[in-house]
Structure formats: C-alpha cells, structure tokens
Design a binder for this molecule. Structure first.
Ligand SMILES: [Fe+2]
Length: 271
C-alpha cells in the first residue's frame, strides 16, 4: 500500500507561518498577495502563479511548494534496503510509523518507536527469528510510544529514550552515542525542534546509510516546530540532509524517502 504524504501545501504553509510567527495579514503584506488570493490558495482553488511570491515570503522553495500544491510529487528511487522494515499503524485519523532494523547475518534487531500498535512488528520479529536487542525512541509524543507495553512484554529489548525527553525506567541516549548491533553501527544525532529531545538514528553497515528520523523530517515536509523553528531547520540541514543522497530516510509519519529527494523536493530545504 502506498502511504500518503503526511503534509500537503496548506500544512506546510501553516507550519512555516507558525514557525516564523507570521499572521495571514502579515503574509499578505510580505508577499503582495491579496487576502482573497491567499485564502483561495489555502483552499486549493488559487492561482499556481502566485505560489512563488508566497514561497519567497516564507523562505520556502518555490518549485517544491508548487509541486506540493499540485500534488504532483511523491518520493522516487527509494531503495529497498535489506535489514529494514517500516510498520505503519492507524491512530484515529492519522497513521504513525515504527521501524525494525536488523543485521541480516546475526539477526540481531533494533526497534525504533512503537507506533500505535506493534503487533505486526512483533509478528515479523517472530516469523523472521530476529532477536530484538534494543528499542530506541525518537521522541516521546504519545503516538510514537503508544504500544511500548507490548514490546516490553514480548522482547528483552533494552529501551533508550532521549536525554532531554527521558521516559522513566529507560536508559538515556545522547547526541553522538554509538551502539553496535551485529556488524551495524547506530549513531544518535540530536535533531530537536519538533520536540525538546527529538533524536535521529543513523545506521551504517547495510547496503545504504539509513536514518530513522521520527518527526524531525517527513517526505516533503517536517514535524511542526512552532517554538524552535530555526533550530529544527538547522538540525535537519546540518545533521540529516548532509548525509549521502542515497541515504534511506525513515520518518515517523508518511512514506519512506531519501536525502536526495528531500534536498530537491522538500519545500523547507529545496531553495
Ligand atoms: Fe511528534
């Protein structure tokens, strides 16, 4: 099943406005759009030719924002990396992702986040005879930790939460920590902004570099960061989009993507 993009035009514009603390009125002044033009764009019935002015006023990429408005983009050339699997579970009116990454030789595995329901993930662990050694949390928003109890009950995993968002009775993970999993190496990078301790995990040793990013970055968007917008942008640019283009990016919501896709098509970064 093709997972829909997490965010479209109106979400992206809203996140940029909240991050920059720009009201609709101010946005009209900055962009030269009439209030009615802005309203029409947000309703999806505006004129595409007005989008570059809006993008400029919000520091967004004009072509990428136009593609988002026209719903013409979806991540392409996303590699199928052996030793990685995405689990997408429904939660009220949205879905959330959890991931399994394992060393195909030793079958030692790590879980990243729990999703709303970890039963499919746990069934996969059983049917593939994986040994779950660790569970790393990207952040502790409820949708990402909702089924922690099931993983605690069914595996022996050591559980790690970010230092700045620590859950009781879990070990701490800090920026720069490196953990070995069979022949794989997992490195923690602080990519906060969306949440105070938001952490991404960069995995080396599979056929591609893999980055599990939680809500720091989405295919064609990023997690909302109304209070720390500049920090979120900077972290994503410096700590994720600096990875090799073919890096598989595993976000907390929406489809898988790559660093190359996001550099070119994410309105927050494609300038
Ligand atoms: Fe979140």
């Amino acid at each position: 099943m093709k997972i829909p993009l997490e965010d479209y035009f109106e979400d992206i514009v809203g996140k940029a406005q909240r991050g920059l603390q720009v009201s609709d009125q101010e946005l009209c002044q900055r962009s030269g759009l009439a209030p009615e033009e802005l309203r029409s764009l947000k309703r999806g019935s505006g004129t595409v030719t007005a989008i570059p002015r809006l993008a400029e006023a919000l520091g967004l990429g004009a072509n990428a924002l136009t593609a988002s408005y026209s719903k013409t983009w979806y991540p392409t050339n996303v590699p199928d990396v052996e030793g990685t699997k995405q689990f997408n579970s429904p939660l009220i009116d949205m879905t959330v992702n959890a991931y399994l990454i394992w060393d195909p030789e030793t079958k030692e595995a790590t879980v990243f986040d729990t999703g709303a329901d970890a039963s499919e993930l746990l069934a996969f662990v059983d049917s593939n005879r994986l040994t779950v050694k660790y569970l790393f949390l990207t952040h502790t928003h409820q949708d990402h930790v909702a089924d922690l109890g099931a993983i605690v009950k069914r595996t022996q995993a050591e559980i790690f939460s970010p230092e700045l968002e620590r859950l009781p009775e879990t070990k701490i993970v800090r920026e720069g920590d490196q953990i070995r999993l069979g022949k794989l190496r997992i490195e923690a990078r602080l990519t906060n902004g969306h949440s105070p301790g938001g952490t991404s995990y960069v995995v080396q040793g599979l056929q591609n570099t893999v980055a599990v990013v939680g809500d720091s970055l989405f295919a064609g968007s990023m997690g909302g960061a109304p209070n720390d917008y500049q920090k979120a942008l900077r972290n994503n640019l410096q700590k994720l989009l600096s990875l090799p283009g073919e890096t598989l990016v595993c976000p907390g919501h929406g489809p898988l993507t790559t660093v190359a896709n996001e550099r070119e098509h994410n309105p927050f970064f494609a300038r």
